[in-house]
Write a new protein. Sequence first.
Length: 531
Amino acid sequence: MKMQENKSEIELIKDTIILWIKNWYYFVISMAICVVLAVIYYETKTPLMRVTAQVNLRQDESLAGASSVTRSQSLLSAFGLGKSAQNIEDETIKINSQGYVKKIIKKYALNFDYTQTKFCGLVKTNLYDQSPIEISVSEAVSDTISPVVFILDIKKDQTKVKMKWGRKVVGKYELGSFPSVLETPFGAFTFSKSKYYENYKKPLKIQVFCANYDFMAQVYRELIEADFEKKTSDLMQLNINTENTVFGKKVLNELITIYNTEWDSNKKEVTDKTLFFINGRLEQVYDQMIRADQAIQSFKNKNYLTDVEADVKYNLLLSGELQPVLLEAETQLKLIDIIVDFVNDENNKYSQIPLTPNTTPAIADVIGKYNDALAIRNEMHKSTSQSVLVKEYNELVETQRTTFLKSVEITKKSLQIAANNAKKKESEVKYTLGKIPGIEKDYIQLRREQELQQTIYIFLLEMKEQTGVKGISLLPKLQVIDEPYVINKPVEPKLIKVAITALFFGGFLLPFSAIYGIPLVRNYIRRRKEK
């Protein structure tokens, strides 16, 4: 029984092979047709090329970068003006963000895509910036319109326009002259001749795809690739696959320009806000310094003093060790008050924290984390203000702001204790000596206030100068290593892929469909006739 079954299988295989051999012409005909079609496709298909560029993500390079580190310079980090770590992965996401690409769409009117069609639409040629007809529409319509297609049949004396929304034809129009305005269900569109109009032979057909800015930005975001080799590197690769290499280079160059412009704009905004705050504090401190000078002058006039410094020199030496401690504590308390005023101001809710006293590593660490989180939140808020990630960073910023205020309050209390202790010890020294006249004591207090105001004023002037210099970038953020260039080998069509497709259809699918399908169709027709 088993021998008979094996024999039947062998006979079945023989019959199948004989059937294929008898119908050999199906293989030849289908293969010939597919080869011809493959050759036509390969020769007529506009090659899809890859345009690529390599850029380097620079650290912050400014005029202040080469100067020595001073106390005021070290506090620049509190304003977000110092060097901070940058994440190459985040930057690649940002450079290909919806907001950046949308700016390119608007600048070059890429919400209109022009394509010339020939041979019943089998051959298509993209007409970027060389279309004989240009379509324009108001900004409001461009920002909201659903994707529509205009089919233009251009002749010498007349142009027929068909408007389609999806598969539905929503309007048919005729244009006798240019420019012409068409009132459509989606708004008014203006059709005008371009400078290339006379270069085209009539008649010709053009298909124009029109969509809103956001829709086209999403389309181009899929075409643009921003990648990096490793996270520890600052090198970034930008790619775009396009039939028009001139267009591809223009897009990548514009993307780099937009990134650098946005970075400069953000840096200028931070610098301007910081200078505005410092200038306000300078005015207040200057007024206080003038009042301190006037108080000393009035005190001298009232008490007929000429050279008080010489008179109290001996007494100042006794309390000299306490003076620097007390002055430093009071200075730090003043600086803390400046920072707290800035943080509690609602207008500075998302501005980076200024003027940290840098008294403890704990506060410096909290400020650093807060400024880093706030910088990331501000960058993301410019591209997409409604994302879940932005909301998470908002909550993180609020938490770190609360933590910072608590840490500052603790530091302030410790400084107040230190200042009170210094004052107490100074009083004990004065009380022990018992010979310092009341006039000299009052003068010491006035001098201390004057020195305090002068110290803060000089400090703010240094900060103002450093902030202005830091805000000037010597070089753009993205350094172009390789300008956009075209890879020699096309992305599409690839000969091997076309050959495999032709072999599959011509050598397998079509002939087997004919061998087994035609008999089934004949039997079906015969049964229908018999009925």
